[in-house]
Design a binder for this molecule. Structure first.
Ligand SMILES: [Zn+2]
Length: 387
């Protein structure tokens, strides 16, 4: 451990030994009060924070254990497109889901928007040591028009009823698969007639839920944004008019940049049976930074999502932020995976009385987002869960 006495934020960060909230002898398990000192993002000012009973305090607390000085402190990371309980072949056992959530937590992801899970993960809500989850219920797709065993597969006439079911099952979001290979055209095509999608979205809104959709191609995203959808996942087929509409309505975009890196592999896999689809995927891939960069430029709210859970590993939020930084710069990318995403999802900002969900670094992530891959401390609900 270093003991330089340079001004905080300029010298080396210091981290101090602490217990992990062990039980005082004879008493009930209770986390000790913590004290953190360092540069707090996004404001960038040197501050002292205290943590008691799972909440942040901005006034000194007696007997608090100092865990860091001169560090960089951020609101907990957000993975806005993640699947807990989903594996390459569909549903996974609870132990695997627990591991997935734990891997995300150790990477600093303390809030997840689950973009569709085939299993019931409500039991995670009882676990203080696992990330908070905002669920979208189960994916809704059309019969044989998505990855096998992922979605509830239905026909368009059932869409409104299914959206109503998933709206109740989730935590305020519903996830549609917007497009997938159409065997007749041999290319990407929308799964839902536009007017049916519009009615289903209206139904979700009536029930107080927001709707988002997986869209790779051009047609589905055009139709669904005009149908009043609240979010778009991937969005590689966005055109200028649709981007303008999304910016005007503040429709969220979660591009899942690390998943887009796999588009050429998807193309290779489909080449023989669906050459049009394969060429289309290669084209979407080739211009992905231009397409999504135009959305950032236009003011579409863009958030970080890894798409972990199918074939993508959990715990890769730092890699996603690295690619988002290429798209819109460092501060943009950090906000997309922390304070801006938290605000969008209704989590409290880092302030007196807010959830003590924090990630702490020994270097300034604004200087180099690669720092995000190595959190020195992860504090969830006021307890040190990594460090
Ligand atoms: Zn996904």
């Amino acid at each position: 451990m270093s003991h330089h006495h340079a001004p905080p934020g300029l010298g080396e960060a210091e981290f101090f030994a602490h217990d992990h909230g062990a039980a005082p002898s004879g008493g009930a398990p209770e986390a000790s009060a913590l004290h953190l000192s360092g540069v707090v993002l996004p404001a960038g000012e040197v501050r002292d924070l205290w943590v008691v009973d799972g909440l942040i305090r901005t006034e000194p607390v007696a007997d608090a254990v100092t865990v860091c000085r001169g560090a960089w402190i951020m609101p907990g990371l957000v993975d806005a497109h993640c699947h807990i309980g989903l594996g390459p072949d569909g549903p996974v056992p609870d132990e695997v889901a627990e591991n997935q959530a734990g891997t995300d937590r150790d990477a600093g992801t303390l809030l997840v928007r689950d973009a569709g899970s085939p299993i019931d993960t409500r039991w995670i809500d009882e676990r203080d040591d696992l990330p908070r989850i905002i669920r979208a219920g189960r994916h809704i797709a059309r019969t044989k028009r998505y990855l096998r065993n992922y979605a509830n597969e239905i026909e368009p006439e059932e869409l409104i009823a299914e959206v109503a079911r998933q709206a109740v099952r989730g935590d305020g979001w519903v996830k549609l698969v917007g497009d997938w290979i159409d065997r007749e055209s041999g290319d990407l095509g929308p799964l839902w007639p536009a007017e049916v999608a519009a009615a289903a979205i209206a139904k979700a809104h009536e029930l107080g839920a927001r709707v988002t959709a997986h869209c790779f191609g051009e047609e589905s995203v055009q139709q669904l944004v005009r149908a009043g959808i609240d979010g778009i996942e991937h969005g590689t087929g966005l055109d200028a008019d649709t981007i303008e509409l999304m910016a005007a309505r503040q429709v969220a975009l979660v591009p899942t940049m690390i998943n887009l890196e796999n588009f050429t592999e998807f193309a290779d896999a489909g080449q023989e049976k669906f050459p049009r689809y394969a060429a289309h995927m290669r084209d979407l891939h080739a211009r992905r930074f231009r397409t999504l960069g135009a959305a950032v430029e236009a003011g579409v709210p863009v958030f970080a999502g890894t798409d972990a859970g199918g074939s993508i590993a959990h715990g890769l939020i730092a890699a996603e932020v690295g690619l988002l930084a290429q798209l819109g710069g460092t501060e943009f990318a950090l906000g997309a995976a922390s304070w801006r995403a938290r605000e969008w999802l209704g989590a409290p900002p880092l302030a007196e009385g807010a959830w003590a969900d924090l990630v702490v670094f020994d270097a300034d992530p604004r200087m180099d987002v690669a720092v995000l891959a190595h959190p020195r401390l992860v504090i969830l609900r006021g307890r040190v869960v990594r460090g």
